[in-house]
Write a protein that binds this ligand. Structure first.
Ligand SMILES: Cc1cc2nc3c(=O)[nH]c(=O)nc-3n(C[C@H](O)[C@H](O)[C@H](O)COP(=O)(O)O)c2cc1C
Length: 228
């Protein structure tokens, strides 16, 4: 069965932040060939520019644990493998570019599920010298998911003086971002144009940090601030 083509980007990345939620159950429909082409173009670009080995695996049901497939998921057949050379900061880099690809996929009409723990390490293992930090399942969801429970703005940030709109927009977006076990273990401090991000979430700190950075930059506007 062919899914109705959604080749035209149907929303911006910023808009995608608001409608993206984890989706674990998918339709038994292959991803449209034009969408696959666009995803692969973006993956190739990111890999070349940032020396990463992210790849898109299609029509392969072995990406996640059988336990998850039986009890929580349906038709999980396509996923991005988040891989890159083992180096300092690789978790954060893959979190950042994984977030970019996850939201890009959403603009193309796909749903997603970030899996940092319950994926099959063997099928995800990529090239020599590479580490894999997780997979992002992609497909046409049976639903669009639901908004996660969230902390309040005051719990995750502070700003010296009057909080500017760009900072507020950034915080609003990171409260919508996926984090491992929905911990939202981040804190942002703003002082003029300087923004400091700290993140506590154990094993997934680097990944969560990258995801949060990408969301904040999109919503706050890179031109308005600098990471401290
Ligand atoms: C780094 C990371 C690792 C994750 N690992 C898993 C996982 O192993 N299994 C799972 O079912 N969900 C996993 N998730 C999905 C989160 O539970 C989900 O993003 C979170 O509950 C927030 O919900 P939302 O994505 O709908 O906003 C992971 C998410 C992130 C960001």
């Amino acid at each position: 069965m062919r899914h109705e083509s959604k080749l035209d980007t149907i929303m911006t990345i910023k808009e995608a932040i608001f409608v993206r939620h984890t989706v674990r159950k998918y339709k038994d429909v292959a991803i449209d060939a034009d969408i696959v082409r666009r995803l692969n173009e973006r993956i190739d670009y990111i890999n070349k520019e940032h020396d990463l080995n992210i790849k898109l695996v299609l029509n392969n049901g072995n990406g996640i644990w059988t336990f998850m497939k039986i009890f929580f998921a349906k038709n999980v057949k396509n996923y991005l493998v988040l891989a890159g050379k083992n180096r300092e900061g690789i978790d954060e880099e893959l979190g950042y570019y994984g977030a970019e690809l996850m939201l890009f996929a959403q603009t193309l009409g796909l749903n997603s599920w970030w899996v940092g723990g319950t994926y099959n390490k063997s099928v995800a293992a990529s090239t020599d010298g590479s580490v894999t930090t997780g997979v992002i399942v992609l497909g046409y969801g049976l639903t669009n998911g639901e908004q996660h429970k969230s902390k309040q703005m005051a719990e995750v940030c502070s700003y010296k003086g009057d909080m500017p709109k760009w900072f507020k927009d950034g915080i609003e977006s990171i409260l919508l971002a996926p984090t491992a076990m929905n911990k939202q273990g981040f804190f942002l401090e703003g002082d003029g144009r300087k923004v400091t991000l700290t993140c506590k979430n154990g094993q997934y700190t680097g990944t969560d940090k990258g995801i949060v950075k990408y969301h904040f930059e999109v919503a706050a506007g890179k031109e308005n601030f600098e990471w401290a």
